[in-house]
Design a protein around this ligand. Structure first.
Ligand code: FES
Length: 637
């Protein structure tokens, strides 16, 4: 551990730490543009100058390029270092447009911050600025090349970190251009990260363009519901419209990035045709009236078919709280079936995967990134959980071998991310030669048959599951005796269902009635349901998802629910009356709605405090606090 002194503060830092990181670790921020914790150093921007006062190296140095060594005495405030940084930023600003007032990055721009911090305030250059022609890069990312400061972060992320080949850097005399060979949508499924990694406003998110400044946004720590990996995010909203989703750093899970599937997931939340008004047979009513009607219909249903002909159906996209409440509804109605999934094979495979995992053998994305051998079994990470493919790529870049048990290549796009050795049997994979092997396995019969013998040898395993709370609902299914809906249907006894954020096909058997459907998405069941109960989406409520490794992570309410005004046709516009609550916002989280229904049916209603108390330990949305779920935990206790 090298011992160094920075601005008179002595510190020990791990071997390999550079001076810039060492300073950051004690709260001293040295301006920097090209260095990024996930990308490392490039020495391109020259903004991170410090003065080495004593030790093995002296004079002005770039702090990002200098590994800390014993005896170094560093000054970040030396006049010469400050003058150098100020001059560098002034040079960078020569060609940067002074367009902060109209720039979409304003307020969340690293160049803006470090220009101020670096002491450059008065423009002395009065020549012509260098200008570029922008490109169309697709519907998600806006290109504004004039703002570029040539830090190379974008191309290093896109090509090196994420394996993209359609975007790069081109140069001619004094011009350096970051873009594609020709206009066209960016092909990488991680392209949205350009908007975050760029320290200025070359790449911005089109969905939020000119809609808000950073300080205008409603935002909160959240979890991506796009797949089972539970990547940490910060969704940003304004005026009840989800405008963009950004990555939230969690070193154990997604690191610094997220995939485009999670990032550009605004549309369903903002959809004008989202169910927002409770309905009875197509007639708009209050939530109270809808729940009362459901109680009456349940009484009628029970009299005709018996309560055991009822199924309460949820899905792996419901929060853990809603899944628990579904079970209470099953208990109070006497329903014959509780279901958290549709497909019997997937439900069985998920249950087996959850039973196989424990705190020691569950692999996080970080375990995958640090692996020296990765075996892919019956899965297609890029399509099923893109961030898993990105994690595999990082391991491969560090020298890990990637094996895939398959007769022939599975997906061509994968070759851009990592080289794969295809083997026909798992016995051909040299696990014994590896120090940190990881299995990445699909949650299906084939994957489980392959993985079982190797997992017994203690190899860490990541299962790719099918929903953000597959693990949590599978845990509950085991404890509460839930079965898949497909399995329940084969009994031939079900005559009616109450669907809670359920994903069932529209071609249900004709004898089966959908008594009620609660959802925030306009699913086929909403169209079929006698009673529609709109509930909040994940950005409009607090909740918990348990990810594929069994990590319970809480997400917080980002915005108030309500009809976004933008995009409405005149017919869809709500009545122009003064009101306290936003129109279309009268909807509870799914678990609260079910809790009210349970009380109406004679059960105990859980208020906010008592119900959530049992999950309190998982509530802090801090990376350091999310927990690997105790598999023995009984959520009812
Ligand atoms: Fe050190 Fe760019 S951050 S040269």
């Amino acid at each position: 551990m090298p011992k160094i002194i920075i601005d008179s503060i002595p510190i020990d830092v791990p071997q390999g730490t550079n001076v810039l990181e060492a300073a950051r670790s004690i709260g001293i921020t040295i301006p920097h543009f090209c260095w990024h914790p996930a990308l490392g150093k490039a020495g391109a921007c020259r903004a991170c100058a410090v003065k080495m006062l004593d030790g093995p190296i002296r004079g002005i140095q770039m702090s990002c390029m200098l590994p800390a060594q014993d005896g170094m005495v560093v000054s970040t405030t030396d006049d010469e270092a400050v003058a150098m940084r100020r001059a560098v930023i002034e040079w960078l600003m020569i060609n940067h447009p002074h367009d902060c007032p109209v720039c979409d990055e304003g307020g969340e721009c690293q160049l803006q911050d470090f220009t101020i911090a670096g002491g450059h305030g008065i423009r002395r250059f009065d020549g012509l600025k260098r200008t570029h022609v922008n490109q169309y890069l697709g519907d998600c990312i806006e290109h504004e090349m004039n703002r570029c400061i040539q830090c190379y972060r974008c191309v290093r992320f896109y090509q090196e970190y994420a394996g993209g080949t359609d975007f790069g850097v081109m140069g001619r005399s004094g011009m350096v251009y970051f873009g594609r060979q020709q206009d066209g949508p960016l092909e990488s499924p991680f392209s949205g990260n350009l908007a975050e990694i760029c320290p200025t406003g070359v790449f911005t998110v089109k969905t939020a363009r000119f809609r808000a400044r950073y300080w205008d946004y409603d935002m909160a720590p959240s979890i991506c519901p796009g797949c089972s990996l539970g990547c940490n995010t910060v969704p940003m909203a304004r005026y009840r419209e989800l405008l963009k989703v950004t990555a939230r750093r969690n070193d154990a899970v997604n690191g610094w990035f997220i995939c485009d599937r999670g990032r550009f997931s605004n549309t369903p939340v903002n959809a004008a045709n989202r169910p927002r008004q409770p309905q009875i047979d197509g007639e708009a009513v209050s939530m109270e009236a809808a729940l009362n009607a459901l109680r009456e219909r349940l009484t009628d249903f029970t009299a005709r078919h018996g309560s055991s002909a009822l199924a309460i159906v949820g899905s792996p996209r419901m929060s853990q709280e809603a899944a628990i409440m579904a079970a209470r509804l099953r208990d109070v109605t006497g329903a014959g079936y509780l279901c958290y999934s549709y497909d019997p094979e997937t439900a069985q495979a998920t249950a087996e995967a959850v039973a196989l995992l424990n705190k020691d053998n569950a692999a996080s994305q970080e375990n995958v990134r640090q692996a020296d051998l990765i075996a892919l079994l019956a899965c297609d990470p890029l399509n099923e959980a893109p961030m898993m493919a990105l994690a595999i790529r990082q391991a491969w870049r560090n020298g890990a071998k990637v094996y895939h048990v398959a007769e022939k290549p599975v997906c061509n796009a994968l070759h851009q991310l990592y080289e794969t050795v295809y083997v026909s049997s798992i016995g051909e994979i040299p696990f014994k030669e590896a120090h940190a092997p990881v299995l990445v396995c699909g949650t299906n019969r084939k994957g489980l048959d392959l993985v079982r013998p190797v997992m017994n040898e203690g190899i860490k395993t990541a299962f790719i599951m099918d929903g953000p709370n597959s693990f949590g609902t599978s845990l509950l299914a085991r404890e509460l005796g839930a079965v898949s809906f497909g399995e329940a249907l084969t009994s031939g006894k079900i005559k009616g269902i109450i669907a809670l954020e359920a994903d069932l096909p529209s071609d249900l058997p004709p004898e089966l009635s959908v008594l009620a459907a609660a959802d925030w998405l306009r699913t086929p069941l909403i169209e079929l349901a006698g009673i529609v109960l709109p509930v909040t989406s994940w950005v409009e409520m607090d909740g918990i998802f348990i990810n594929n490794e069994g990590r319970a992570q809480s997400f917080k309410q980002v915005m108030k629910s309500g009809l976004p005004i933008k995009g409405l046709t005149p017919e869809q516009h709500p009545p122009r009356i003064h009101r306290h609550d936003p129109p279309g916002g009268d909807m509870p989280p799914s678990w609260k709605m079910v809790s009210a229904l349970v009380q109406l049916l004679g059960g105990n209603q859980d208020d906010d405090t008592s119900f959530r108390d049992q999950w309190r330990e998982f509530e802090t949305p801090d990376a350091a606090h999310n927990r690997i779920m105790s598999y023995e935990r009984n959520p009812k206790q």
